[in-house]
Design a protein around this ligand. Sequence first.
Ligand code: HEM
Length: 300
Amino acid sequence: MMATSLFNPLRLKIPFLFDILFVSDPEHIRQIETSGVVDRMHRYDTASLPWWVKFFFKATKFHDDTRDLWFCPLESTSNPSYSRRRAYLEDKVSIGYSAGDVRKIADLLKANAADEALAYEMVQIVNHRFFEQEVPLPIIRAAKYTLQNLGESIWPWKYRRGRESQQQIMDYCARTLPQGVHILDIGHNIGEVVQATAGALRRLKDNLDTPVEEIFTTHAPTPQVLRIATAASTFDGLLWLPTHAGQTIIILKIGRAAAQTGDILFTFSTGGADRACVFKEFFLNFMKDLQRVLKEQVPT
Ligand code: HEM
């Protein structure tokens, strides 16, 4: 069965198999996010989540199924560990970066360095503060292979590699990080930098005269985020059939919303400042400084 409202959102529902709602209209995204009847995925115990969510996420950088850990944005605000985990990350990110860090990346971009060299340096700039040591190259290589979208999980070799890579990264984090630190909150950042930031650096280099906010709303590195319904609702008539608590998964297409609105809050959240990415200011400031340095280096 397939049920949709006239145009948008699009709902794909096969009873007992899956129930997914795709939302790309910026106003619908805001409406659903603030409706009070959706929450983060791990609001429900892992065991009770839809089968495809469990299957997909254990091959991504967002979940460690061996230790049953989920990345911070997948935790409900009501989870007692949430505020402490966010505060720890904010504190570490606020250490910032140096002018030397910016220059190092500018030099690599100027020299057309390989993606791996770029990713290696950027991972150290972001993650040295957590590990107090250089993150080894095999871990950075592994971080390339955790799955980034559901379509990839149909290929058995990609799926297997995604799982093995995630386990390798988590084992490294468990061995290396200080006691008491949430290992997935940190391990995720290695993958995020390898998979999203290295490409973003090249995009910046190709757009030296475009404002940074415009570059990263037109091409938002995170295309979508997921929520789960916590009650039966049609979101004030947006849907024909009500959602099912703990079963309907809502995919908010924030990348499209960012491009449509030019609002940087859709690049780093679902359009509001509440629970926006803790890395947002670091990322934007770093990119602005890098753009300035690259422009200074362009021969006139
Ligand atoms: C270009 C790189 C990045 C992009 C585009 C990005 C994007 C996002 C987005 C869209 C969200 C919202 C997720 C949701 O609502 O479900 C988010 C949340 C978050 N991000 Fe990032 N992120 C990036 C890098 C990072 C890095 C490097 C870190 C850590 C140092 C980080 C830490 C977080 C945290 C902790 C949250 C959860 C905030 C909360 O729920 O309170 N992000 N990020």
